[in-house]
Design a binder for this molecule. Structure first.
Ligand code: FAD
Length: 396
């Protein structure tokens, strides 16, 4: 979407641009955790593509690309075969379950709007069932909520869940005591928010503990079934809900001939973001592996948008047969919201915590939204949840 946006912004007339997208909306993932717990309305995290991109200027085709033939410069969809001069692949990512037995079948991944709706319904379900369950063992299992993965997504989800539980339990479910609800964050590494500076990671750890979240570090999950999960040290923990935020891998997209990929299936590209050996065919976003200071860039929107902008400029330079500088990533910072009025933020090397960081998070997330209408809708949602009770109705 951003590549198309920048192409249109920088280009002269005469370039024929088509966007192939199997969904007809953009999902605004940074507020998905707030949707799952009823702060933000489900309709407000999706934006119709045709409202962001002018369909009179860009061809929009709501269909899935099945196979790409890199040598013939053609790809296939249900409606036929399309040829191109230049191609930008940005198929995104999906949850990576690392072949851990039982995880895929027994978890709620946290990637799409359907996952957030499922999480919300499951949260409400375990509370409804917990409120009437008299067997203490079953009740304990039901009321154990586990989030696996202590990166930004996992930490934001677990704090939102804890806040939701802390706010609604007393008023809406007086049958359940807070001490009966166990909320755990399980991380394979030795700290949460590993991409943040150690100081902010420690601030986040303290904050989560204060919210009543148990944190288990150095605890990779080894297996899962419908009743429990097993950790590396042999501990078995019963599960009411298991949310998987343990990492992503590239979304599958069939390429002919097959190209070099990293262990997460991401397409390897050169420093112009072109697929190795295929000039004029770019791969960007979560589905591509871009080296930076000896490591690969993380799967975040800020990386994807910088890559999109570069590719749009670079493509136009290629058409004009001008020299193209290599892609350079500019790290601007990282931010995470940790429940009501608290966050941790790193902006251009400056560290913030607490209320200021939370406000910066809110302002930045609003600024990144590509539509004014959605900005107002989300601000209204935030204000409404400040003034009124959280909604505990199921969505289906
Ligand atoms: C819960 C959550 C919270 C996040 N929060 C943040 C945040 O706060 N800040 C941040 O920087 N990043 C965040 N991210 C990461 C961010 O969403 C991704 O890095 C970003 O969306 C990647 O962009 P992309 O274009 O590579 O992939 P996507 O945004 O996934 O876009 C890929 C698109 O391609 C379409 N597609 C896939 N295959 C095909 C096909 N074969 N044919 C046609 N269309 C296809 C898909 O429908 C999809 O719309 C978050 C992610 C999640 C899951």
């Amino acid at each position: 979407m951003y590549t198309v946006f920048y192409l249109k912004k920088y280009s002269e007339e005469g370039i024929d641009i088509t966007l192939f997208e199997k969904k007809n909306y953009l999902l605004y993932t940074p507020v998905l955790h707030e949707m799952a717990t009823g702060t933000v309305n489900a309709r407000h995290v999706v934006i119709p593509i045709r409202e962001i991109i002018n369909p009179r200027q860009i061809h929009i085709r709501c269909e899935e690309v099945d196979r790409v033939d890199l040598n013939r410069k053609a790809f296939e969809t249900r409606s036929g075969i399309f040829t191109f001069d230049y191609l930008v692949l940005s198929q995104g990512s999906e949850s990576n379950f690392y072949s851990i037995p039982g995880i895929r079948e027994n978890c709620i991944p946290f990637k799409g709007i359907e996952d957030a709706i499922r999480l919300r319904n499951n949260l409400v379900s375990i509370l409804e069932k917990g409120a009437i369950e008299e067997d203490s063992r079953k009740r304990k299992k039901l009321l154990t909520i586990i989030v696996a993965g202590g990166g930004c997504t996992g930490v934001e989800v677990v704090t939102e869940i804890a806040q939701f539980i802390n706010l609604i339990l007393d008023r809406d479910y007086p049958e359940i005591r807070r001490s009966e609800v166990r909320i755990l964050l399980i991380e394979a590494m030795d700290k949460i928010l590993p991409s943040f500076p150690r100081y902010l990671s420690n601030v986040a750890t303290e904050r989560l503990k204060r919210m009543g979240i148990e944190i288990l570090l150095d605890s990779p999950i080894q297996w899962a079934n419908e009743d429990s999960i097993g950790l590396k040290d042999g501990t078995e923990i019963p599960i009411g809900i298991l949310v998987w935020a343990g990492g992503v891998k590239a979304r599958d997209l069939s390429l002919k001939p097959e190209v070099k990929r990293d262990p997460s299936g991401r397409i390897m590209v050169n420093d112009h973001l072109e697929i190795l050996g295929h000039p004029g065919i770019f791969a960007i976003g979560d589905g591509s592996h871009v080296s930076h200071n000896g490591d690969s860039l993380p799967p975040t929107a800020s990386v994807a948008v910088q890559e999109a902008r570069y590719v749009a400029k670079s493509l136009l330079l290629q058409i004009q047969e001008r020299e193209i500088p290599p892609f350079q990533f500019h790290y601007r910072g990282d931010m995470a919201s940790l429940g009501f009025m608290f966050g941790v933020t790193e902006v251009y090397g400056w560290h913030f915590k607490g209320f200021i960081a939370w406000i910066l998070w809110k302002l930045f997330k609003l600024a990144m939204l590509p539509r004014y209408k959605t900005r107002f809708q989300i601000i209204a949602d935030w204000l409404i949840t400040l003034a009124f009770r959280r909604d505990t109705s199921k969505l289906t």
